[in-house]
Design a protein around this ligand. Sequence first.
Ligand code: DGL
Length: 256
Amino acid sequence: MKIGLFDSGVGGLTVLKALRDKYPEVDFVYLGDTARVPYGNKSAQTVIRYSLEGAEFLLSEGVDLLIIACNTASSYALDVLRENFSIPVFGVIEPGVKHALDTTKNRRVGVIGTKATVSSDAYGRLLRSKGIEVFQKACPLFVPLVEEGILNGDIAQRVVEYYLTELKDKDIDTLILACTHYPLLKPVIEEFMGESVKVIDSAESTALEIMPFVERSGSSSLSLYFTDHSPSLNFLIELILGEPIDYKLLTLPCKV
Ligand code: DGL
């Protein structure tokens, strides 16, 4: 089978990596909308429109299952995509919440993401409905840090400290990285939060969530599409996927 993933940029490659590791005999198509990143400070309507355009392209590539590998798009566009397309569509929020529920002992959970994800309250609603106390914080500078390849060192540490200090005295024992880019800052975030806080993301749990729908193709192709070049694109593809992979450029909306 062929699985399609889309994200606003490179961050969703962290989800793709987890899926390829778990399902080596499946074909994947990935679309990163690098021309229009970040989605995280755009309106709901714009995020929905971009998501529909991305999904339409992936459907034209013949995917059998679609993953919105972007927390912002999952927050706003999951229901719309499910209504518009007949193939199974998954977001990253429910898997991330399940992972948090399995992890937390004191039922106090932090959520960090883009401004759009935090203000949608998509994680908050789901977690609170399970009786969890939730502490959310938007960390808008994390995405450009990652896009610039600044993943550790003094600048990364200071930005992490700037955003996360207020979460440190909330007695959380679990912190959800509710943005596809943040796993790349995980070591710095873990170091700052300390051993009492488990830092988790949705990549692994999304891979588990789709398991009942996955069928082996017997092949393992990967096509990467981006809507623009960016100086750190090749560096980040190799860093996240563990190997250099060529990509094709695409303009959205795509006339197919
Ligand atoms: N992919 C986005 C997310 O997971 C982060 C980058 C953006 O703001 O577009 O929310």
